[in-house]
Design a protein around this ligand. Structure first.
Ligand code: B1M
Length: 234
């Protein structure tokens, strides 16, 4: 951004100027400034979730739009993503702070061929914050890695993330493999990622498509409660 911003003292800005400034700083990949902005908002009493959605996710949406429109390119987007991750790093311990008993367990990973992990990380954070235990397999996860983790961890939920139209069909490969092995009904399968929708979720045989991290938490809670009720009744 412009050199005039060099002298900008973020803590002097009121919230309504600080947040757009943080969007600019995220856009410019200014990690330290994004972290500082996050800390200032927290000190001002913002909830971690509000900082996450209004300052970070909203800023990343602007980055995404300009990436789509050919205004930003991969190196710039990587810098923005790193700044976003640094900000999320501050929020994570606050979002996952919970003394509540575990509601259930989820194994999650971004599918094979796909290295986008910001959304998945956000879902993991929010799920942990809501009281789920999360085992994160990372990016570029192939079917054997998913199956190995399911066998080892015995989670209630399998979560898959994909951000590319070319990688989202891999979710079906994983679900079909579970079906072939007679394991499909052992897990609640939740999928998400920007190019997906409900229809796609249904078509590949997932239990639900989750539009965002908050929906993922609500959906997970509802399915796990249903599973426990069925187990109690059966
Ligand atoms: Co990429 N990229 N990217 N990228 N990138 C997109 C996805 C794209 C839409 C940009 C665009 O053109 N507008 C486009 C895909 C087009 C398409 O497939 N139709 C694209 C492309 C093309 C590419 C490359 C191919 C570019 C290239 O190399 N030419 C390449 C692919 C590399 C690969 O994966 N093999 C690539 C690379 C990258 C970077 C490395 C630079 C970086 C990723 C850094 C990282 O993740 N560590 C990057 C980024 C940052 C983006 C955008 C700009 C932002 C994604 C993001 O983090 N969003 C993205 C544009 C966009 O999405 N508008 C784009 C913020 C995040 C909070 O949202 O991930 O949607 P999201 O997650 C949400 C929900 O979707 C949901 O909850 C989350 C939180 O609310 N959700 C789940 C997600 N996963 C879930 C799982 C669940 C539940 C909910 O399980 C239960």
């Amino acid at each position: 951004m412009a050199e005039d911003d060099d002298d900008l003292i973020l803590s002097d800005l009121p919230d309504e100027e600080l947040v757009p400034q943080m969007h600019d700083d995220l856009y410019d990949g200014l990690k330290d400034e994004v972290v500082e902005g996050v800390e200032i908002l927290l000190e001002r009493g913002w909830t971690p979730y509000r900082v996450l959605t209004e300052a970070l996710v909203a800023g990343m949406t602007i980055v995404g739009n300009d990436f789509r429109d050919g205004i930003l390119f991969v190196p710039e987007v990587l810098l923005a993503a790193n700044a976003m991750k640094a900000g999320m790093g501050i929020l994570k311990p606050l979002l996952v702070e919970t003394g509540a008993p575990k509601l259930g367990k989820m194994v999650i990973g971004t599918v094979k061929g796909d290295i986008h992990d910001i959304g998945k990380n956000l879902v993991s954070m929010m799920m942990e914050g809501a009281g789920f235990e999360v085992v994160d397999l990372g990016i570029n996860t192939d079917v054997d890695e998913y199956l190995g983790a399911l066998e080892k961890e015995r989670p209630d939920i399998l979560g898959m993330s994909a951000l590319l139209t070319t990688t989202m069909p891999y979710m079906k490969v994983v679900i079909d493999t579970l079906t072939e092995k007679g394991l499909r009904d052992d897990y609640i399968v939740l999928v998400g990622g920007a190019p997906l929708n409900e229809e796609f979720g249904r078509a590949i045989g997932a239990d639900a498509y989750c539009r965002d991290a908050a929906v993922a938490v609500e959906t997970a809670k509802a399915f796990v409660a249903r599973k426990h009720n069925q187990a109690a009744a059966g």
